[in-house]
Design a protein around this ligand. Sequence first.
Ligand code: TYM
Length: 336
Amino acid sequence: MSEILQTPQKKKVLSCIQPSGMLTLGNYLGALKNWCTMQEEFDCTFAVADLHAITVRQDPTKLRAQIYSTYALLLALGLDPQKNTIFIQSHVPEHACLSWLLSCNTQFGEMSRMTQFKDKSAKHANNVNVGLFSYPVLMAADILLYKPDLVPVGADQKQHLEIARDIAIRFNNLYGDVFTVPDAYIPKTGARVMSLQDPTKKMSKSDENLNSWVAILDSKDDIIRKFKRAVTDSNANVHFCEEQAGISNLITIYSAVTGKSVAEIEKEFSGKGYGEFKIAVGESVADTLAPIKAAYDEIIKDKKALEVLYKQGAEKAEYVARKTYFKAMKKVGFVL
Ligand code: TYM
């Protein structure tokens, strides 16, 4: 009898990023860097989460430019559109459609506990819209449509991942097996990159203090300048500990970028001042990001080529999304 050799199926990965402004070093170290390594091993789907962006007010012209720019940046990172599915969320209507089915199976109380909603509604007090409130349900739909095993994200998305898991489990229990219950994949180093000006706050592109965050597309000079100005303490001791939040954040960034351990870094800079360390961090970050910026500058020039790729991406994504969506519709009792 001939032996049947079966190649084991690759595990599936899904993640998305919002096109709201410039992407930061936090986005890179917390999520995008992992996307790049994961594409070698897993069956990956990545999206520009444009529907999520309008939970806060956007200028239409700027939003359009940012969607293009974010898609181009994903390619510039080295994500291969042939090997992976890379698309724009709003091009696959099943995301919004499934979100409705899931909304009707999610409790008001659960959503009220989301810390990001509390933070964002305080920040945008004049526009606390229903979309901002139910945003995690749309995120659950983004995930569950593609039945991923793993979702690579930074630590700030952990609560949203947990609610997506809860929604999947509840739906499966009520209607039968439709969704895979995914695990979050959060990096050991770089899961929470902090502001360079206030290390108690997450590094965020929406921070008005432009010295507090580094954009992936910043110039080398700007990057080094921002690190030189980073807030530290007066201890002048390159040592990782809770009391030295500023310097610890820089050590984390240096470790994530160079692959060196905290102990190695402390040894390397023992007896040296903060000034020398800050320049080393700035240079290593700038050297890591420089090839991405160079690739981006080329890719963004050719909008036609981008259009071909994002349309192909949407077709591949929709093929998968539609199957899951129709299965969910059927289980709930809709006539197909
Ligand atoms: P977004 O667009 O805010 O951020 C994209 C990714 O970057 C990570 N990140 C960080 N990691 C470390 N340190 C930081 N300072 C930092 N800032 C951002 C985020 O954790 C995220 O992984 N809701 C999501 C987008 C989304 C999504 C999804 C993600 C929509 N649908 C489905 C996963 C699966 C968001 O707003 O990420």
